[in-house]
Design a protein around this ligand. Structure first.
Ligand SMILES: Nc1nc2c(ncn2[C@@H]2O[C@H](COP(=O)(O)OP(=O)(O)O)[C@@H](O)[C@H]2O)c(=O)[nH]1
Ligand SMILES: [Mg+2]
Length: 293
């Protein structure tokens, strides 16, 4: 997921667009550091550096520094491509003003539309992780098939089910993976969702399931997707004996949100939660920082 773009020239900001603000780092300090490295790059070369869970992809063209901030746990290849496209588009419009002093009085803000368009072309990968039968497929369908009722039959899923989701997440488009929760598939999660920015841990709010999640799913998530942001869904809140979302969250060590995936009334809540996770406006936990006792 691309989070921010900054364009500098002679220490001035020509353009910036911050879609998801970085609350973990001092952005000005990071930009100073990255732009000084960017200035040393040859024309049209791309390089990147990582800091914590963020990656900074940068390019220098016409003595102008372009810096994209992305989730570290996302496809660098796709962002490199987006960078190339973006700088080409930028130069198509602004090359001549950059070659004289005219840039000092140019309004670069119209570039925002093209930038957001490029951002939307890289799907944000979201992984539904949890044991078989907890409601992953139901959640996927709840999000993506508003015209059909969620399936009431239990059909075990083979790994790799995937759906595109375009809702009220502009400029982002999600690509959601429903990972089969059979124990023998769990080791494959990393391969399927290597570039996953976000993880929703799905639990049916029972004690056994929480134990399974911590024992089987956590080691894989923590090694394969250490920089992904995670929340938990405490599903099946309608069932007798379901643990409360607070308790599920406390036991899992990840903020948990109550859900009833087989009820269409919960669709708005589910989509709202996904949006909050993408824009980082809800409580979440970075996979590497989840505590396992
Ligand atoms: N009672 C109840 N059943 C649910 C809920 N969510 C899903 N289910 C049912 O649980 C079963 C397993 O769901 P499924 O989505 O196939 O689980 P998956 O293996 O994680 O993909 C299905 O029969 C669903 O209809 C819920 O909130 N409450
Ligand atoms: Mg399934």
């Amino acid at each position: 997921m691309i989070r921010e773009i900054h364009v500098f020239k002679d220490g001035q900001t020509l353009f910036e667009d911050v879609i998801v603000p970085n609350r973990d780092l001092d952005t000005n300090a990071v930009m100073m550091l990255v732009s000084s490295s960017t200035k040393k790059l040859q024309e049209w070369k791309i390089d990147s550096m990582e800091i914590e869970r963020f990656r900074y992809v940068y390019m220098n063209s016409h003595d102008t520094q372009f810096i994209i901030t992305m989730d570290r746990q996302a496809s660098l290849m796709k962002v490199n491509e987006a960078m190339m496209n973006m700088v080409s588009k930028f130069m198509t419009v602004f090359e001549s003003v950059l070659e004289t002093d005219e840039w000092k009085s140019t309004d670069f803000s119209p570039f925002g539309v093209a930038f957001r368009h490029l951002v939307g072309r890289i799907p944000v990968k979201l992984c539904l992780a949890g044991h078989g039968g907890t409601g992953k497929t139901t959640l996927l369908e709840l999000a993506t098939l508003p015209s059909q009722g969620p399936p009431q039959e239990y059909v075990p899923t083979f790994f790799g089910d995937k759906a595109m989701l375009k809702a009220d997440f502009d400029p982002y488009v999600f690509s959601i993976f429903d990972l089969g929760g059979q124990d023998r598939f769990v080791q494959e999660w990393g391969k399927i969702i290597r570039a996953g920015s976000m993880v929703v841990i799905v639990s049916d709010s029972t004690k056994d399931n929480i134990a399974w999640t911590k024992r089987v799913a956590y080691p894989v998530l923590k090694t394969e997707l250490p920089y992904a942001r995670c929340i938990a869904v405490a599903n099946k809140q309608d069932l007798k004996g379901a643990m409360s979302p607070q308790e599920v969250g406390r036991k899992l060590g990840v903020p948990a949100y109550g859900m009833q995936a087989n009820q269409r009334d919960f669709r708005q809540r589910w989509l709202g939660l996904l949006k909050e996770l993408a824009f980082e406006t809800c409580d979440f936990k970075i996979a590497a920082e989840i505590e396992v006792d």
